[in-house]
Design a protein around this ligand. Structure first.
Ligand SMILES: Cc1cc2nc3c(=O)[nH]c(=O)nc-3n(C[C@H](O)[C@H](O)[C@H](O)COP(=O)(O)OP(=O)(O)OC[C@H]3O[C@@H](n4cnc5c(N)ncnc54)[C@H](O)[C@@H]3O)c2cc1C
Length: 246
């Protein structure tokens, strides 16, 4: 049986994603601490305030010469709500990431679905590896919105029909599309985040350009904004060195 009141069954269509920094122990001082532990030990935590230029220089040197491990001694946990097709791409990032995602077996999935916004470029041109995306026409946007909403309504109605007939959630969910929103906690460190950002953002400063799907890039951009506030020197060094993870 479905456990959701009828009012909550109305589909919600979203064109954005949610990223919240839930908890963190992450600062530029953590990088210095790790890099200098062999000579200065715990004193290095105060280094940042004492000699900011030297700290900046050391972080830049570590980034440039790809001494990566000092960037691992920190932690950021994000809450992410995004379509399942984004999660499929996200969870390919195996190293330095921990994930926990909501269950479609233990809870009834809510009818929240992705529909591209007006600013989402709809038309793909070029060949694989050299794609370019251009704006869709108002008609194309109308077609996309109508087709997606109709398809989502149908699949969610089928899901509800099966639940109402007593079918298990883990069976009924097979009818739901990858445009359904899911949620997860994702924990990483600055090094694994930088590797992720290098692949999942398209950025003018990138030495090695990547061409990610826009929706995972939307998630990546929000994560990057949170991280840049926590570790401004590390973020600046990452940009200055071509956005290549050390
Ligand atoms: C634009 C784009 C398009 C993509 N298209 C496709 C696609 O069409 N099909 C598809 O299947 N995937 C695709 N991917 C996913 C891609 O192949 C990677 O799985 C994903 O980007 C994660 O990267 P990663 O393995 O470097 O990250 P992580 O898994 O986090 O690994 C980090 C680093 O650790 C090392 N490492 C991790 N595991 C191993 C291992 N087993 N052996 C050796 N070294 C390891 C590597 O140096 C790796 O770069 C695409 C990714 C992008 C960004």
């Amino acid at each position: 049986m479905t456990d959701t009141p009828a009012d909550d069954l109305k589909p919600l269509f979203r064109s954005d994603v949610t990223v919240e920094l839930i908890k963190h122990t992450a600062s530029d001082a953590d990088v210095l601490f790790a890099a200098r532990v062999s000579t200065a030990g715990e004193q290095s935590l105060e280094e940042l305030q004492k000699d900011p230029e030297r700290s900046k220089g050391l972080i830049n040197y570590l980034m440039r010469d790809r001494h990566g491990s000092p960037f691992e001694h920190n932690s950021m946990t994000f809450f992410v709500s995004a379509p399942i097709f984004v999660f499929r791409e996200f969870m390919r990032h195996r190293v330095g990431w921990s994930y926990n995602e909501e269950s479609g077996r233990y809870r009834e999935l809510e009818p929240v679905f992705y529909v591209p916004g007006e600013d989402r470029k709809l038309v793909q041109q070029g060949r694989p590896g050299k794609y370019e995306f251009v704006q869709g026409t108002p008609e194309q946007h109308k077609t996309v919105t109508a087709a997606m909403e109709e398809s989502y309504r149908q699949s969610y109605a089928a899901y509800q029909e099966m639940l109402a007939a007593g079918v298990a959630r883990e069976v009924a969910r097979a009818t739901l599309p990858v445009g359904l929103f899911s949620s997860m906690y994702a924990t990483c460190n600055a090094r694994s985040l930088m590797h992720f950002l290098g692949l999942r953002t398209q950025h003018e400063l990138a030495k090695v350009p990547s061409f990610p799907q826009r929706e995972i890039e939307m998630v990546a951009e929000k994560m990057e904004a949170e991280w840049a506030e926590l570790m401004p020197l590390t973020h600046a060094a990452y940009n200055a060195n071509g956005r290549v993870a050390p």
